[in-house]
Design a protein around this ligand. Structure first.
Ligand SMILES: [Zn+2]
Length: 189
């Protein structure tokens, strides 16, 4: 951050404000403290007769890899509305949003994923501008080696495992930067 979004001054300092515990961007001109907090990524797992809907990404990062419809929650938007919007944008699909299914903290990139279960309302879907292809997959057909994000892999693995075990429940977890090196610290799937 170079300029203050409040007053426009090029007087941003990184320091711990009085009474605080973490360094913040503070404007030396107008004294506004510019807090920066995690972003929420919201999406869903659209189901249709045992199959799940995945989108092949047409954008970076992870272009050409498969994902569930998901994206950043907008200001003024509810979680369910965000999941609906992303699904419409990326898969041109109408869904009925169901229960919250996975919540995954990603502290190293300051994001929180919140994925809902959802039921496809019809087979009327197709690639939006951010997708190359949109398809339904059985568990055996899921391109496990070509999934775009670990959050998506975890959500899908939870889903198919829960189905086998006979009940879907909320999963709250975290993925740390070093998950592949120290899985015992992260509970990585
Ligand atoms: Zn300022």
């Amino acid at each position: 951050m170079n300029f203050c979004s409040q007053c426009g001054a090029a007087a941003i300092e990184l320091r711990v404000p009085e009474g605080d515990t973490l360094p913040r961007y503070v404007c030396a001109a107008c004294h506004t403290i510019h807090y920066r907090n995690p972003k929420i990524v919201v999406g869903c797992l659209p189901e249709w007769r045992g199959k799940v809907l995945l989108c092949k990404r047409a954008i970076v990062p992870r272009l050409g890899l498969w994902t569930l419809p998901a994206g950043f929650l907008e200001n003024g938007e509810t979680l369910a509305a965000g999941a609906l919007r992303e699904t419409l944008e990326e898969a041109k699909a109408q869904v009925d949003i169901g229960e919250l299914y996975t919540v995954i903290s990603l502290p190293h990139i300051s994001q929180v994923y919140m994925m809902f279960r959802a039921r496809l309302a019809s087979l009327d879907f197709g690639p939006g501008p951010e997708s190359l292809e949109v398809r339904l997959f059985d568990e055996d057909d899921v391109p496990w080696g070509e999934l775009a994000f670990r959050t998506i892999t975890r959500t899908l693995r939870n889903y198919f495992l829960d189905r086998k075990l006979g009940g879907l429940r909320l999963h709250v977890s975290a993925i740390e930067k070093r998950a592949t090196l120290k899985p015992e610290l992260t509970g990585a799937a």
